[in-house]
Design a protein around this ligand. Structure first.
Ligand code: ATP
Ligand code: MG
Length: 773
């Protein structure tokens, strides 16, 4: 094996890679190769004879872990790279807990509650405790509890800490402690851990069982942590404990990219590293390899406004590149269309695939306008994080059945599906079961198993229905002993009759839900194949664990075609794209209205903007709208201060900086139900006409009034959807194909088409712009 990978590093990077033992920290700006150094450092350790089993590498996303592993495999070979312990904190420690959970009184097949499950459980507890839902907003209670856990404050510690109790009292939430206690008990009884438990319980494990600690200290002789600036206290303590014996710990980070303090990340961890390890060797990397000069300099000029930061020089020898484009639009709807249009033009003009583009936003709800516009232009996109595939209702329903058969004590899963599809088990019955479960200190499922024996106010038919339900789950459990994950899932879908239930609805949403369930089954099949190929465990339990931890979208198995990436800025850390669009650059949105009250908060927003801008390799677009629908109301918006903070010489305004006085902010295709999709109201004539109609309060009939004008301004006939089965059609991206079948009506009319290039596709005619040949 050769060491040629060392040649692809600069001197500073090489020094960091060659530093083998002892504590070290790499502090460096965005795009300077921190992650690259970590990757090659691991490969190099292995080249030096360190066993892969002795290396632990913690990354920020699963995607990052996967990419790292692939690169390392290129140096050391696939089979060696497989043995590395690599993943997010949550994934790695979930894996350790699987082996050790019984020591903490949890079953090894414990369920992982995602945020939704946790919030749902808290909602139930708040209701049972007869507390006011407004005073105790479940989401807020959840984040309070989460912050306790991330600071290792257990229930007992809470009740021993008068200051914390005082703080909750002052916030008019005196019962937080009791809710916390009940929540922890219920999770325990359900055999479930939430995300924060994966860290908290790991800490508990390492603190209470010195032999377990010793075992993992001995295993992880070299520890690497990427994005160290965003570790929280709980993570910090785990790392410190594990690294304590060998002290071969290498952390990399950038204080200017610390953006998770709202989730308990503690920037002090990076600042204090030197104190914790007096022997530490510090490395600095200053050359940025990712972005153009314009982007690097613009990002520097913004972050320079922050007072709290470590001094860093970031420079690049890359070309100056294009200016950073600034786009102004009238509304969020128009912003979406601008972005989609711009992506489209770039794709066409430079022959680019969609996956070189990324759209970044401050809040997840902003994705909707962008998604609509991309769909209308027929540009494939994918959302990272946020509501991923696995958060969709029908998917969660199926997963709940699967979770239940693995762990019937899983209360959230049980409550979710006990009456779905409807089997006559109403809310009152569930309440009674919950009360009985609390009374007997048993799980709801245990109560149901004994429903005919215990004293409970339910009539015989209800009891029978409950018994039928538990029989069904037990049948699944038996089948699961002899079937693989896919076969079990298929059986569950069939026997629960979820699909006929959806088909009864007959709506386009229901159709897509059925498709999603089918897609889930495909996903499980792929999962099994992948795992078997990699020689890993392909059980249903591992599948469910992967799903629970899939915070980013590599686990989303929909299809692998290149797609535009849409994500919140928080999700984008560590990633890079040739073209980056940052949307919604408006005061109160970005910076967020909730984070403008103190300098500390505002500086975190600015770091967030720094992270966003430094994702771009070649071209960056900054976009803002003059009006935006927020909380159901149209509000005026003002450009973000961050735009002002960038030195003008790096910017190019695509639209005049100050809006034309005559602009009518109400112009938005949303107003016209019959407006063809993807239209930009660029032509003054159209604008004028619409404006006049609105001012005169006339009904605006888009099709009638503007069809002609539009047809003249556009090459494609937007209204031509007269397609019949057997037609040979041409699609502007997929080329020629034959129409196999048609379904739906009007806006929902879809055609299934066999394309020569991409195979079978189902397309909505409204958007597909097919030409009949
Ligand atoms: P971030 O702070 O955003 O996480 P980073 O410091 O981790 O960034 P990397 O992602 O490791 O930076 O590197 C940024 C880009 O520069 C990557 O595409 C990487 O392959 C490339 N790169 C890093 N170092 C070099 C080098 N010495 N020569 C060529 N390309 C490099
Ligand atoms: Mg990185």
């Amino acid at each position: 094996m050769s060491n040629s990978y060392l040649d692809s590093l600069n001197e500073a990077q090489k020094r960091a890679v060659l530093q083998k033992d002892g504590p070290m920290i790499i502090i460096a700006g965005a795009g300077s190769g921190k992650t690259r150094v970590l990757t090659y450092r691991i490969a190099h350790l292995m080249q030096q004879g360190v066993d892969a089993f002795n290396i632990l590498s913690l990354t920020f996303t699963n995607k990052a872990a996967k990419e790292m592993k692939e690169r390392i495999a290129k140096v050391v070979g696939v089979s060696e790279a497989k043995n590395l312990w690599m993943g997010t904190f949550h994934a790695v420690f979930a894996r350790i807990l699987r082996t050790e959970a019984d020591k903490l009184g949890f079953p090894t097949n414990f369920t992982i509650y995602d945020t939704q499950d946790s919030v749902r459980l808290l909602t139930a507890i708040i209701k049972e405790m007869d507390l006011d839902k407004e005073q105790y907003k479940p989401k807020q209670v959840y984040s309070r509890i989460s912050s306790f856990k991330n600071n290792l404050i257990t229930v007992r510690a809470y009740f021993n800490n008068p200051e914390l109790q005082e703080a909750d009292l002052m916030a008019s939430r005196p019962k937080i402690g009791e809710i916390y206690r009940e929540y922890v008990n219920r999770c325990f009884k359900s055999g479930a851990m939430d995300f924060d438990d994966l860290l908290l319980r790991t800490n508990e494990l390492l603190a209470r069982f010195p032999d377990v600690l010793a075992k993992y200290q001995d295993r992880f002789r070299y520890i690497m942590v990427d994005e160290y600036q965003d570790t929280n206290h709980s993570q910090y303590i785990i790392i410190r404990a594990l690294a304590d014996r060998f002290q071969n710990i290498c952390v990399v980070g950038d204080d200017s990219q610390s953006i998770y303090s709202f989730r308990g990340a503690n920037i002090q961890n990076i600042l204090n590293f030197q104190k914790d390890y007096p022997e530490v060797k510090t490395f600095k990397l200053e050359q940025n390899y990712r972005s153009t000069k314009n982007i690097v300099n613009a990002a520097n000029s913004v972050i320079a406004q922050n007072k709290t930061k470590l001094d860093k020089d970031v420079w690049t020898s890359n070309d100056s590149g294009e200016s950073i484009y600034v786009m102004r639009s009238i509304s969020d709807g128009e912003e979406g269309r601008f972005v989609a249009q711009s992506i489209w033009e770039n794709m066409m003009n430079h022959q680019l695939k969609p996956d070189v583009f990324c759209v970044l936003y401050r809040t997840n709800s902003q994705s909707r306008a962008i998604e609509d516009a991309l769909r209308k232009k027929n540009i494939d996109y994918k959302i990272y994080g946020g509501t991923s595939f696995y958060q969709r209702k029908e998917i969660k329903d199926v997963l709940s059945y699967l979770r239940l058969l693995i762990n019937p004590n899983d209360e959230e899963a049980l409550v979710r599906v006990i009456n779905y599809p409807i089997r006559g088990i109403g809310a009152t019955t569930i309440d009674k079961l919950t009360i009985a479960a609390n009374l007997y200190k048993k799980s709801i499922f245990d109560i149901i198993l004994n429903i005919h024996k215990i004293d409970i106010q339910l009539n015989a038919p209800t009891k029978n229905k409950l018994q039928d339900f538990s029989n069904m789950i037990q049948r699944f459990q038996i089948e699961a002993q002899s079937k693989n994950a896919f076969e079990v899932a298929e059986l569950v879908v069939k026997q629960t009759r979820l699909i006929p239930e959806l088909e009864k609805e007959g709506t386009p949403e229901a159709v897509s839900r059925v498709e999603n369930i089918q897609e889930l089954l495909n996903g499980i099949k792929d999962f099994i194949t992948d795992k078997i190929e990699q020689g890993e465990n392909a059980s249903l339990t591992t599948f469910l664990e992967d799903v629970a931890l899939a915070t980013d979208f590599d686990a989303d198995k929909e299809n692998d075609d290149p797609k535009v990436a849409l994500m919140s800025i928080h999700q984008s850390k560590g990633l890079e794209f040739e073209y980056v669009y940052i949307v919604g650059l408006e005061e109160n949105l970005f910076p967020s209205a909730m984070s403008m009250n103190t300098r500390i908060e505002l500086e975190e927003e600015r770091r967030l903007f720094y992270v966003a801008l430094t994702r771009a390799e070649k071209v960056a677009y900054l976009s803002y709208a003059q009006t935006r629908y927020r909380w159901g109301k149209l509000v005026d918006a003002e450009p973000s201060r961050f735009l002002e903070e960038i030195d003008e010489k790096y910017l190019h305004y695509m639209t005049p900086k100050t809006p034309e006085p005559s602009t009518n902010k109400f112009i938005d295709a949303n107003l016209f139900d019959d407006a063809p999709k993807g239209i930009r109201f660029q032509k003054p004539l159209i604008r004028k006409k619409i404006e006049r109609n609105i001012v005169e309060n006339k009904e605006v009939n888009f099709t009638k009034n503007f069809k002609k004008v539009l047809e003249n301004t556009s090459n494609t006939n937007l209204f031509d959807t007269e397609v019949i089965v057997g037609n040979i059609v041409e699609h502007n991206r997929f080329g020629k194909g034959e129409v196999l079948s048609l379904e739906g009506n009007g806006a929902n009319k879809k055609a299934e088409i066999q394309f020569g290039t991409v195979g079978k596709k189902k397309l909505l005619l409204q958007f597909a712009k097919l030409k009949v040949i």
